[in-house]
Design a protein around this ligand. Sequence first.
Ligand code: SAH
Length: 372
Amino acid sequence: MKIPTADPATFALSDWQSFVSEQGHKPFRARQIYRWIHHRGTFDPEQMTDLPQDLREALGELGLSEPGSVSFVYEAADGTRKILLDLKDETRLECVLIPMTSVGPDDDDDGEPVGSRVRVTLCVSTQVGCAMGCTFCASGQAGLVRGLRAAEILAQVYVARRYLKESEDLRNLVFMGMGEPLHHYDETKRALDFLTDPDGAAISPRRITVSTVGLVPGIRRLGADYSGKIGLALSLHAADDETRSRIMPMNRRYPIAELMQALREYPLPPRRRITIEYTLIRDVNDSEAHADRLASLLRGLPVKVNLIPMNSIEASDYRGADQDRVSSFQGRLAARGYSCFVRTRRGDEVSAACGQLALKGIAPERLVRKLS
Ligand code: SAH
């Protein structure tokens, strides 16, 4: 029997078609399996209750199974949930569910009523650790363990959906967890393809944002592969090369001028904007002069700016900017006409905030129910 050597968890529909016909089953079974995985969100053949038993067994023999199992779920007082997934090679990864109930912008400008539903954003990881070496980031300081397989990226979405509350809708996916998505492009793209497939998870590309340190070739590929429909976020953090190279080593490879050129060329659909992330680090990039430089740099670009007061991490002496610096930074950008929001710290006490994704020091009482 001809079995494709690829991971069955990420078989294309056509792979499933060959598989079921080789197994002597009717062609419609292929779509059924595909929808169990990418629409219903399970990789476990035993859950696929409307498949014949022998087909379920064949799927088990093929090696189809959940890429990870949930080991812990922690919930912070603000409703942020951090889900820890144990992968088959015993590495562990984290994703974070963030209810967008707090005051602040709704990034979504499609004008749909929210009603009483709570919109939740899921923060997805693409690697265990990260190779980019940003000096203020826990993942960056830890280094790269390995990239995730597409199925492991998908599993975060499919598993996290099981932890939504009655009143919640999973609204946005942000690739802002551990790792640099554009440094792990192929598997990230495979995952994006399943997530946006109308027969699969059917998530609109405009509800997905990929965040990058600024790998220029990756930005261009992403733009070309999805015609600019996938949202782009750039972790800029400084508007001059000297400061940026100091905190983000990758800036030496792709300096700011090149980055800005790549942003200008990103094939953004009308009315969409690129997100600029700016982590405010005390006495490093948080002065009014820095704000003015940022405003000048971004002039003419369709952007919105997210300011993130830096969250402290063990591996770095850098500290978050003081509140008054954050306010005056925001004020100066707003005065120049930028839409500019301060991201409030979410899930801090379960170490779920930006750059803190690493397992340690979580109070046991924050552990919530774990699904089997
Ligand atoms: N590698 C991608 C995505 C992961 S990081 C990127 O760099 O964009 C997601 C965001 O968290 C980035 O903007 C990153 O700079 C920011 N971040 C990292 N460490 C942080 C910290 N300690 N405090 C606040 N934000 C941080």
